[in-house]
Design a protein around this ligand. Structure first.
Ligand SMILES: [Fe+2]
Length: 187
């Protein structure tokens, strides 16, 4: 591939992620609000702060390239966020189940970002832009850590949901009290 073609592809990729991250800064507060588990809610809030940093890193990279920091509508992120929003609107879901669904939606987002940052970092390396490559690598690591934390939360939340389901099917009074009250109790 010609170097100029690779550079074009690299900038396209950066514009896609830049837009994706901006979409995410709007979606994460809603996800944090919708989460019942205080750990999940604060996890989303923490990732919101990280995401603002990811936006800034991208702006730094655009500046280094002498390119205007503009995004290109990322349809993939739109779809992923839409699925997360559907999860929030599901009235029928118990709180734990909604949390589990929110985690699944958030992990899809993280996996998309991991793929995008991995590619962008590789392009930066190939183009000899070490500074950008290391910024992209930092963000990539944070996305991976977030994904890992979400996996851990999913394990604890899904375990709780399974236990409650077990009690419910044993004829016990179903414990919906674990809901929003639980959040403040655990906060
Ligand atoms: Fe990010």
């Amino acid at each position: 591939m010609r170097e100029s073609a690779l550079k074009d592809l690299y900038i396209e990729e950066l514009r896609d992620i830049y837009n994706a991250e901006q979409q995410l800064t709007k979606a994460l507060p809603k996800m944090a609000k919708a989460a019942t588990s205080s750990d999940l809610g604060s996890g989303f809030e923490h990732h919101l702060e990280q995401t603002k940093g990811h936006v800034q890193r991208l702006e730094q990279i655009f500046e280094g390239l002498g390119e205007k920091a503009t995004g290109k509508r990322c349809k993939a992120m739109e779809g992923l966020i839409e699925e997360g929003e559907e999860m929030i609107k599901e009235d029928e879901l118990e709180d734990d189940a909604r949390d589990a669904g929110l985690i699944a939606a958030a992990q899809r987002v993280e996996h998309y970002e991991i793929a995008a940052y991995g590619s962008a970092r590789t392009y930066a390396n190939l183009l000899g832009d070490q500074k950008a490559a290391s910024l992209l690598e930092k963000t990539l690591q944070e996305e991976k850590e977030t994904d890992q934390k979400l996996t851990e939360l999913a394990e604890s939340i899904n375990l709780q949901a399974a236990e409650e389901g077990g009690r419910a099917s044993n004829g016990g009074k179903e414990s919906t009290s674990h809901g929003r009250k639980g959040r403040s109790a655990r906060a």
